[in-house]
Write a protein of this length. Structure first.
Length: 84
């Protein structure tokens, strides 16, 4: 599942991911000082993937720390715009 692969990428990058209820304008909240990503838990899987892909595109982190599979996902997300 693609969502699980993105979740693993964020974990390997040292970020904590939480699914919470909330009224986020963009569907997610990034708390940079705490290295926490919060995504609306009521979103569909497709919308969660979209929100997480936007976060991955915005963040700067050491790609060398990622597993080969996560590096591949990271590269895909950085090079393409996901439209669902």
């Amino acid at each position: 599942m693609y969502l699980k692969k993105i979740e693993n990428l964020l974990k390997e990058a040292g970020l904590k991911l939480r699914y919470e209820k909330g009224n986020f304008k963009s569907g997610h909240c990034l708390l940079e000082e705490q290295q926490v990503v919060v995504v609306n838990k009521f979103y569909t899987v497709e919308t969660k993937i979209q929100a997480l892909s936007e976060i991955v595109q915005q963040l700067q982190f050491d790609v060398e720390l990622l597993s080969p599979e996560s590096r591949k996902i990271h590269q895909e997300l950085r090079q393409t715009e996901i439209r669902l």
